[in-house]
Design a protein around this ligand. Structure first.
Ligand code: GDG
Length: 735
């Protein structure tokens, strides 16, 4: 039976060795809970590192770990201390983490850690391949495993692979600075579906792919030679019920059942006689979380609004993280000093402004804090999502409480009813804190009502299911293409048909079909191989070879004039038959050039890299060498301008591959191809082309014609081949 394989750096379990016995406890993190619905019954396994290095395990313990993991449907990836050093602390946390969070000054690039990152990704791939069966679905998580999708794809091209990034994907301008940028993108593109928390991260990723790899992007699909990769945003939710239920139970607890922390909090709140207010913050101690900023802003708030002294208290839980990394140690010192200084500055006998916990707390204490705090103040400088914001709102059973949230978090995109702040603007934070502490209850309830509804609906289970559903749909789309692929047996069938046919006609597009695109159109000259193929076909009896192209007559005359093939140029305006002169296939004129050409030229002046091509009966504006976003934008603007001008004329705009062409309407490859069929009864009709001007031809030709698209794009052609080499292979089979 097919299964789902979840892969993350760490397994969702904590292992401990006590007296040579392995103890396991489930992890409480967002990912572990989130994947619960996917990682259920016998239909899934989870692959990752157990948390114990190879050096910590003797053969006996290794076996024990394996069977302990097996009980939870988990499989370990064996990693050494050196692996963890280079892969986890090194490349993942010293390079990717700061870079992806826009901390370029903290980003180190070391060749040795990059090498370890690659080899550890390979180790993960090896374990996966070993456990992979036909029909399985693979879901890879996060920045530690960016190369993994492609490593799996290389070994098992047919497998369905999803990838989700839990941290931001930075803007192209930041991402481009990393030396191994191409390898990272290609690694990710091994997946069928790539998920991000927000549309912005998705947009940044697409832009990096387009600019760095130069791949074709169609809305949110990336066209590779044999596959389509879909990119989409799936904002991760939380286990809403778990937090809401726990908060309800919490509120009903008798005093004696309350936790120690809760009793302390109650004491403080009571002493403040209704005026005491708690402001909560919870995060891992990480420089991305804006903890120092928050403390300084809180100090500024107490200075600016002294009426809150003795009343408002910041309860700050900072969970230790990567504590042996110097950067994190420095951050810890900075926070310790700031807390000490601010507490020293404002403390009164019965009140200290900051309660600071530097540790991890059990879940029930988390609920104590969520339910007792009037305000949650979350100020990350950059954060992929921020689940704490969602958990705070979900725990507010009475619907009171105010969330202040940094606009730099992924969560702020969905939580517009929260008070959204810029974490670098202390003035704004101070004013918002005051506003939050004084917010009327009805307004708090109104805002939380809306937030809770959304969190309840788009919970983590829905997130996981949506992702899996979308992965299935993406794979189905790709399968549609696979059905049209020219396999060796289809190729065989077509060439057999060719052999036995009496009269054969071949329509061959030129650019993108017989020759690759070049930066300058005049450089795409036919090679000897192209001539060899065409000559071979042309010499066969009863075979008519036609080059059918949008190119101008003069260039085609220069390149093919000495040959005897039939030539059709400018999308069907001109025809040249063997031993004859060029003749017009359609009555066309070019008297309109004078009004359109200056507009194209003005666009060219303003768009670096673009150029105007003047053919006899059409004008083309090429933007292949323009910055991709600018090119698209200018092409749209140009199209709108021209459309208005030509509204009452017999002209039309043709959109080719990175080219807009204005020509007399009614002239098309489809029309001219049909005309060529009139003089004889052909029993083998073949047409091949790569862009959508060729679709006209595919459409007009009879149903039993062999129509072939080059590249994986939407098409009405019956078949496709992946690239120009395959075009040559196919034509060489016609003998
Ligand atoms: C990454 C991205 C993205 C925290 N302290 C305690 C504790 N927690 C739990 C919280 C929450 C989780 O840890 C923290 O989640 P975040 O989303 O805030 O942040 P990261 O760990 O940095 O996670 C982040 C996330 O991935 C998911 O995609 O949102 O942007 O950086 O669930 O409740 N839990 C317990 N005790 C604690 O002391 N029990």
């Amino acid at each position: 039976m097919s299964k789902t394989i979840i892969i993350s750096n760490r397994l969702p379990l904590q292992l401990q060795i006590r007296d040579n016995i392995i103890e396991t406890t489930p992890s409480v993190g967002g990912l572990a809970t989130g994947m619960k619905s996917v990682h259920s019954d016998n239909e899934s396994i989870w692959i990752g590192w157990s948390g114990l290095t190879e050096e910590e395990l003797n053969p006996d313990l290794k076996n024990k770990v394996t069977s302990a993991l097996e009980k939870h449907q988990c499989v370990g990836v064996p990693l050494t201390e050196k692996d963890i050093e280079g892969f986890y602390y090194g490349f993942s946390n010293n390079t990717l983490w700061p870079l992806f969070h826009y901390f370029m000054e903290y980003t180190e690039f070391e060749k040795s850690t990059w090498e370890t990152y690659k080899s550890v990704n390979q180790k993960f791939a090896d374990v996966i391949i070993h456990n992979l069966e036909d029909g399985d679905t693979v879901w890879v998580h996060d920045y530690q495993l960016l190369l993994l999708p492609d490593l799996i794809r290389k070994k098992r091209p047919e497998i369905s692979i999803g990838f989700f990034l839990h941290i931001p994907f930075p803007s192209y301008e930041v991402f481009r600075t990393i030396p191994c940028r191409e390898e990272l993108l290609k690694g990710m593109l091994g997946a069928d579906l790539l998920g991000f928390h927000t549309y912005d991260y998705e947009r940044h990723f697409l832009s990096a792919v387009q600019r760095i790899l130069g791949y074709e992007i169609n809305f949110n699909n990336i066209h590779l030679d044999t596959r389509i990769v879909k990119v989409d945003s799936f904002p991760m939710g939380i286990d809403y019920k778990k937090f809401n239920d726990a908060a309800q139970v919490h509120d009903l607890k008798a005093k004696k059942d309350k936790t120690e922390i809760q009793q302390e909090i109650d004491k403080h709140l009571k002493a403040g006689s209704n005026q005491a207010k708690l402001i909560l913050s919870i995060d891992r101690l990480d420089y991305t979380k804006g903890i120092a900023n928050r403390l300084r802003a809180f100090e500024y708030f107490l200075d600016k609004y002294p009426q809150f002294k003795g009343k408002a208290r910041l309860v700050m839980l900072a969970v230790p993280s990567r504590a042996n990394v110097p950067q994190y140690q420095r951050l810890k010192n900075e926070i310790d000093q700031l807390v000490g200084r601010i507490n020293g500055k404002f403390a009164e006998v019965s009140w200290t402004p900051i309660w600071y916990f530097y540790r991890s707390l059990p879940f029930e204490n988390l609920i104590d804090l969520y339910t007792s705090s009037e305000v949650a103040l979350l100020t990350p400088i950059r954060d992929g999502m921020n689940l704490v914001a969602k958990e705070y709102v979900a725990s507010r059973v009475d619907k009171k409480g105010v969330l202040i949230l940094s606009e730099m978090t992924g969560a702020s995109n969905e939580m517009s009813e929260a008070l959204i702040i810029n974490p670098n603007n202390f003035e704004e934070i101070a004013d918002t804190l005051k506003f939050a502490l004084e917010m009327p209850e009805e307004e708090q309830i109104k805002r939380n009502n809306a937030l809770q509804k959304r969190l309840q609906r788009y919970n983590v289970e829905k997130w996981a299911n949506d992702f899996m559903e979308s992965l299935r749909a993406t794979k189905d789309d790709t399968k549609k293409y696979t059905l049209k692929k020219i396999t060796p047996s289809v190729k065989n069938e077509i060439s057999k048909k060719y052999d036995s046919a009496k009269n054969k006609i071949l329509f061959l597009d030129y650019d993108g079909t017989m020759a690759p695109f070049e930066k300058l159109p005049e450089n795409a000259k036919p090679t000897q191989r192209v001539f060899d193929i065409l000559d071979e076909l042309h010499q066969q009896s009863n075979t008519k070879v036609i080059i059918i192209t949008g190119r101008d007559r003069d260039t085609i005359q220069k390149w093919f004039g000495h040959k005897e093939y039939t030539l059709i140029t400018e999308h069907g305006a001109w025809l040249k038959e063997k031993n004859k002169d060029w003749e017009l296939m359609e009555r066309v004129d070019n008297t309109w050039f004078g009004s359109i050409a200056p507009i194209l030229e003005s666009f060219t002046d303003r768009t670096p890299g673009s150029l105007v091509e003047e053919k006899r009966y059409s004008l083309a504006w090429h933007f292949r060498n323009v910055d991709p976003d600018l090119g698209k934008q200018r092409a749209n603007a140009l199209k709108t301008t021209i459309q208005q001008l030509i509204a009452n004329h017999n002209l039309e705009i043709l959109e080719g591959d990175k080219v807009l062409e204005i020509k007399v309407s009614g002239v098309s490859k489809g029309k001219s191809a049909s005309k060529m069929l009139l003089d004889k009864q052909y029993d083998f009709i073949f047409a091949i082309g790569d862009d959508w001007t060729d679709e006209h031809m595919f459409k007009e030709l009879p149903k039993d014609a062999y129509t072939v698209k080059v590249g994986l794009k939407n098409t009405i052609a019956r078949y496709y081949v992946k690239d120009i080499d395959q075009v040559y292979d196919l034509l060489e089979a016609f003998k």
